[in-house]
Every structure is written in structure tokens, then in C-alpha cells.
Design a protein around this ligand. Structure first.
Ligand code: IFM
Length: 437
């Protein structure tokens, strides 16, 4: 038996996050175009067991059931993402009405159940046609993204008030373009840096498009990690500072301060044009932070082409993925952000936090994980950070990118043979915490 959760401020939103390619399936339906993840997952050797998102949770056809699960949970909000290739099959041009209809119904279904919709406009499923023109290495993709955003807000903006532009641009840059472990599978190492700038430019242009359409609240979701040097050696300390610049400050500084971290300004070179940073720092109403674990960093050893090396963090329990469970890292991240950015830090939402466990329904591990991380958020609020909400990753077991269906993050178990949904113990625990029943 765990103690009841502490009381959060009035209006604090608790909900769940998902992403289009990870749950929707229906990849050929209603005019949807091909995304880079369709291409990547259908390329031999790219995902575990050759898994693809072709069917995933079949959410496209089962959204009513999934909305009922959210409602039964007592979720106050639902963060989902919109698949760009459903709206613009080739990434540009007029909108595909049938694709927008799906999200229109989803928003109506949420509002009918009293759940706040929080759409993310880009969670990594870039239209393949845009990748063929250079993807995020091309500056043009930023302008295409603003155009896509306008189509979506024109259709949904009368009912959707809160918007997220991008999800975790650092992960998309690093895994997708630097290491090649995610779509589009480019392994450019440090030459991937322009991807960061073009995504941020896209974020700024989209923020302006959303504001012009009357959006009430606009944010970006960054994946953040407290970075710890493995030792006091100067090499380790420098490597940790560089990694912090790459992972955290490369994406937070420009949107909050209008500048890139000094350590990276040179590396970005002439990709940054005059006026870009003014667009990127278009004021935000909130910052979304996804937190999973801290990162230990040491000086590079051997022949590494990178200026840092990630090291294991010992001494903590680990998730099924092997990620260390460090709830205090979330408090540190939130209070540390407040220290770094001061009044430039807008209200914060924890837009993802969660763990993968074994597939069973009795997931005391997840209950303990969520309980501890919600308390960590509460600690940050008590220390003066304006945190407005917390979203569990994830509602459903889903397609975990290169790991296929092997990592189960859901409050709700999904049988990927029958697509039957079964709430886990953690779902019932969270419902009790949220609704008292
Ligand atoms: O599944 C992902 C999600 O798409 C982005 N944030 C981290 C999650 C767990 O790896």
C-alpha cells in the first residue's frame, strides 16, 4: 500500500501521451502518404524482429475504445500527435480532408468526455517525399512545416487551445540523422547539427502560424536529462558540459533565450541566418519537458569521433529497457531549469514520463515509478517551479521505434495478435489517485 499522492495545485493536468506512428496503424488508409518510419521499418535490419507500425495498436479504427480508456482513467488531458503524411501525403500542397477528419473526430471525442486535447504537430513521422528532398537537413522543410501547421490549426483551432510544435527534436536529430538508429537512418555524426537548427526554425515559424490563428497556448516538447560527469577529472567535466550543450541547451537556449550555447555556435556555422533566432525565440506559453533518466558522461576513450562518451549509471533499479530509475533527477531537472533560465522559463508541463516493464498486468514496478515521479514533480513545485501538468508515457503498449513491440510502456496492455486492450494494475492505481475510486 502506498501513501496517497500529495495535493497538486488547482488546474494541474494529469494525462497520457501517445504518438501517431506508434499507435495508429492504418498506414494506407484515407489517403495517408508514406512517412520516413514506413520506409525505415520496412528496410531489413532496421527494427527489432522487422516490426513495423503498419497495424500498431490499430488506434485509427479503435479510437473510441481508447478514448473510453482515457475517460475511465480520469485523465484530464490527452497528448497525441498528428501524422503529417495524413494531412499532406507528400508534405506540401492542399490538405487531405479525410486525414484531417480523423483528428477532427478525435478532438470531438475528447471534448465530449471532458478531456483537454493537446496535439503535437510532429512526432518524427516526416513525409517521405520531404526526406527525399533533404528532410530536416534542408531549410525548406521548416517552411513546409509552417504550411502544414496552418492547415491543421485552420481545421482544429476552433476547439484546440493548447498546441505542441515538435516532440524531442534532439532525439530526432541524434537517432535519426547522427547515429542512424531511427528513421531516416542517416549516420552523419556532428554533420547532423543543421537538423537541430531547421527543426527549431520550423518550431518558430509554426508558433507564429498558431498564434496568427488564435492558439491560446503554444509549447515545444524537449527531451531533457540532468547530465553528470562521471568524475572530477577535467576531461570528464568538459565532456559533460559538451553533452549538456548538445542534448539540453541546444534546444532550450534558442527558444527561451534566443541564442545557441557558446560551445556549439561555431559548429552550427553558416546554417544560422540573420533573423532566424528572432523567429525561434517567438515567445512560448509553456515548455514541455520529457524526462526518463539522468545521463552520466565521461571523456571520450579510444577513437570516438564524438567529444563525449555516455557511461552507465550504477546503483539504481532499472526498467525493462535498462534505464535507471532516478525520480530525484526530475526534481533536479525542473529546479535546475529554473536556475538556468530564471524568469525566461515559462510554465512547464512534464509531457512524457514513464517506464517499460515486463508484459504482465501486475505492474507494481510502474506504480512505484509513477508514484515516485509524481512526488518528484511535487517537490519541484514546492521549490517554486511552475509545473502545470504531467503526462504518462504511455496510455497503451505501442511500437517503440527501433525496438519494435519489445518494450511495453502502457498503463494498458495491448495484445498485438488480437489488439485486445487490458488495463494494468497501474491504470487502476492512477484512476484511484485521480478520481478517488
Ligand atoms: O516512445 C518514446 C516516445 O516516442 C518519445 N519519448 C520517449 C518514449 C520512450 O522511449
Amino acid at each position: 500500500m502506498v501513501d496517497p499522492l500529495p495535493r497538486f495545485p488547482d488546474g494541474f493536468l494529469v494525462g497520457c501521451s501517445t504518438a501517431s506512428y506508434q499507435i495508429e496503424g492504418a498506414v494506407h488508409e484515407d489517403g495517408r502518404g508514406t512517412s520516413i518510419w514506413d520506409t525505415f521499418s520496412h528496410t531489413a535490419g532496421r527494427t527489432l524482429n522487422g516490426d513495423t507500425g503498419d497495424v500498431a495498436c490499430d488506434h485509427y479504427h479503435r479510437s473510441a475504445e481508447d478514448l473510453d480508456l482515457l475517460s475511465g482513467l480520469g485523465a484530464g488531458a490527452y497528448r497525441f500527435s498528428i501524422a503529417w503524411p495524413r494531412v499532406q501525403p507528400t508534405g506540401s500542397g492542399g490538405p487531405n480532408t479525410a486525414g484531417l477528419d480523423f483528428y477532427d473526430r478525435l478532438v470531438d471525442g475528447l471534448l465530449a468526455r471532458g478531456i483537454v486535447p493537446v496535439p503535437t504537430l510532429f512526432h518524427w513521422d516526416l513525409p517521405q517525399a520531404l526526406e527525399d528532398r533533404g528532410g530536416w537537413l534542408s531549410r525548406d522543410t521548416a517552411a513546409y512545416f509552417a504550411d502544414y501547421t496552418s492547415h491543421v490549426v485552420t481545421r482544429l483551432g476552433d476547439r484546440v487551445r493548447r498546441w505542441i510544435t515538435l516532440n524531442e527534436p534532439v532525439v530526432h536529430m541524434a537517432q535519426g540523422y547522427a547515429y542512424g538508429t531511427h528513421a531516416p537512418g542517416r549516420a552523419l555524426l556532428l554533420d547532423a547539427l543543421p537538423v537541430a537548427h531547421h527543426q527549431l526554425l520550423a518550431h518558430g515559424l509554426a508558433t507564429r502560424a498558431l498564434r496568427a490563428a488564435g492558439a491560446a497556448e503554444v509549447m515545444i516538447t524537449n527531451n531533457c536529462t540532468p547530465v553528470r560527469p562521471v568524475g572530477e577529472d577535467a576531461g570528464d567535466v568538459t565532456a559533460a558540459a559538451v553533452y549538456d550543450a548538445f542534448h539540453n541547451r541546444l534546444f532550450n537556449d534558442p527558444v527561451l533565450l534566443g541564442s545557441y550555447p557558446d560551445l556549439l555556435t561555431g559548429a552550427l556555422g553558416d546554417v544560422v541566418r540573420e533573423g532566424d533566432l528572432d523567429i525561434i525565440r517567438t515567445p512560448l506559453d509553456a515548455l514541455g519537458i520529457n524526462y526518463y533518466n539522468p545521463t552520466a558522461v565521461g571523456a571520450p576513450s579510444g577513437e570516438s569521433p564524438l567529444p563525449f562518451e555516455l557511461r552507465p549509471i550504477e546503483g539504481y533499479p532499472t526498467t525493462a529497457f535498462g534505464w535507471p530509475v532516478v525520480p530525484a533527477g526530475l526534481t533536479d531537472l525542473l529546479t535546475g531549469s529554473r536556475e538556468i533560465y530564471g524568469d525566461a522559463l515559462p510554465p512547464v508541463y512534464v509531457t512524457e514520463n514513464g517506464c517499460s516493464t515486463d508484459p504482465g498486468l501486475h505492474d507494481q514496478f510502474r506504480i512505484d515509478y509513477l508514484d515516485a515521479h509524481l512526488r518528484a514533480v511535487h517537490d519541484a513545485i514546492a521549490a517554486g517551479v511552475d509545473v502545470r501538468g504531467y503526462f504518462v508515457w504511455s496510455l497503451l503498449d505501442n511500437f517503440e521505434w527501433a525496438e519494435g513491440y519489445s518494450q511495453r510502456f502502457g498503463l494498458v496492455h495491448v495484445d498485438f495478435e488480437t489488439l485486445t486492450r487490458t488495463p494494468r494494475d497501474s491504470y487502476h492505481w492512477l484512476r484511484a489517485a485521480l478520481t478517488g475510486s
